[in-house]
Write a protein that binds this ligand. Structure first.
Ligand code: PLP
Length: 428
């Protein structure tokens, strides 16, 4: 397999782009080598500029749940493009997407569209503060909620990949109201409430995907929500990754929890830049123009992005692929575990529906500390061998793999053969 053209573009890109990428995790820093440059994608496959074709388990870090360029999405977006790109005024498409989203999440009477998951979360945190009149927010170590200042501490995703504890440029004042708790550990949340009286809410990835996949144990979320109610604090579910992916109604539907505020992104734009936050009526009444919490956006509710979201969610509802996700997900999980056993490689696989990833460790992974025990050198070897055998994975131990509803038996065969070669290499 040759990467000559990618290499050339990488060198060219270094001149005017930072590290030749526009998001750090794309930089291959933790697996070595240089990033691949992509030419096109269709269905389950992604093709780089050298013409190498891969089964895509990155899916743009989640959004492409139907696979790439699904014909219904393409049609919806093509139609919207012909009418204009952005108006700075309301369109019917926003109302349509809002209804689909609110119908899927019973805890959401109203939703506000923004342009990214980061924006959704920063607005949700502002809203929690506006509604409760309290300042402090608890986040969990290893959860990533986008790159706004106040939550860029003990974060997963790119920060975990680059082994960075936080970010330069975040002033102390910006994080003084952020408290850190341990995932799957309600006592660590309670300890903060014993110390502080001004906690507005707790933000959580209901199924964590940014320290690798980490699953909430037993009734962790239900118990967390019940406890927060006793404290007058809000549960903010960051479903940017899990919304419409774990289930049509997100992780909340699956786990039987109703958050006070929900953040969405990724799938709801079907590959176009969309984020959203929503809540029940009394909370959303705080948002301008109804209330005093200001939040705005020139391109928010962009008609092309709305068309991408409407087409994606409509098709997703029709396909109802969640049973298929469970089946394919468990097949891939078994492939990983049995192949690891065959080559005597220590491996733990965490999976929730269509999100999964392997950790090169013998012990279970239930939180960030345990996730960090994974042998990332082995992951790097595994990653490159998967690439060489036609499977595109996130270039990081701490990112989830995503499945699309387009995956076929042929794709699974490619994955199985690649896993065999990669595990063999890891074992040497
Ligand atoms: N929240 C979660 C759970 C995410 O996984 C991400 C991104 O991966 C974000 C927020 C930030 O979203 P975006 O990258 O669209 O700003």
């Amino acid at each position: 397999m040759k990467f000559k053209k990618s290499q050339k573009l990488y060198e060219k890109g270094l001149k005017n782009l930072v590290g030749a990428v526009n998001s750090p995790v794309r930089a291959f820093s933790s697996v070595g080598g240089n990033p691949l440059f992509i030419k096109k994608a269709k269905g389950t496959k992604i093709t780089d500029v050298d013409g190498n074709e891969y089964v895509d388990l990155v899916l743009s870090y989640g959004p492409m749940i139907l696979g790439h360029r699904h014909k219904k999405v393409q049609k919806g977006v093509d139609k919207a493009l012909k009418k204009g790109y952005s108006f700075g005024a309301s369109t019917e498409a926003e109302i349509k997407l809002a209804k689909i989203v609110c119908d899927a999440f019973p805890g959401m009477d109203k939703v506000r569209f923004v342009n990214s998951g980061t924006e959704a979360v920063l607005s949700a945190v502002r809203l929690a503060r506006a509604f409760t009149g309290k300042d402090k927010i608890i986040k969990f170590s290893g959860c990533y909620h986008g790159h706004q200042d106040s939550l860029l501490v003990a974060a997963g995703s790119g920060l975990a990949t680059l082994s960075m504890p936080g970010s330069k440029g975040v002033p102390e004042g910006a994080v003084k109201n952020t408290l850190i708790a341990n995932y799957n550990d309600l006592d660590s949340v309670k300890a903060h409430f014993k110390k502080h009286k001004d906690i507005a809410g707790v933000i959580i990835e209901p199924i964590a995907g940014n320290m690798g996949v980490v699953i909430p144990e037993n009734n962790f979320l239900v118990e967390l929500k019940a406890y927060l109610e006793t404290q007058g604090a809000l549960l903010i579910a960051d479903e940017v990754m899990t919304g419409f992916r774990s289930k049509f109604g997100g992780a909340q539907e699956l786990l039987g929890v109703e958050a006070d505020i929900t953040c969405l992104g990724k799938v709801i734009g079907g590959g176009f830049p969309v984020g959203a936050y929503g809540a029940r009526e009394e909370i959303m009444q705080e948002v301008a123009p109804l209330g005093g919490m200001y939040q705005a956006g020139t391109l928010s509710g962009n008609p092309i992005a709305m068309a991408g979201g409407i087409a994606t969610l409509t098709e997703l509802k029709k396909q109802d692929p969640y049973k298929k996700f469970e089946e394919i997900g468990s097949i891939i999980e078994v492939i990983l575990l049995e192949t690891a056993k065959k080559y005597n490689v220590a491996l733990t696989v965490n999976r929730f529906g269509s999100m999964l990833n392997p950790f090169f460790v013998n012990s279970e992974v239930t939180n960030f500390v345990e996730a960090q025990l994974s042998d990332t050198k082995k992951f790097a070897v595994f990653f490159w061998e998967m690439i060489k055998n036609g499977v595109f994975l996130p270039p990081s131990q701490f990112e989830a793999w995503f499945l699309s509803s387009a995956l076929s038996d042929k794709d699974i065969k490619i994955i199985a053969e690649a896993v065999d070669k990669a595990m063999e290499k890891v074992s040497k």
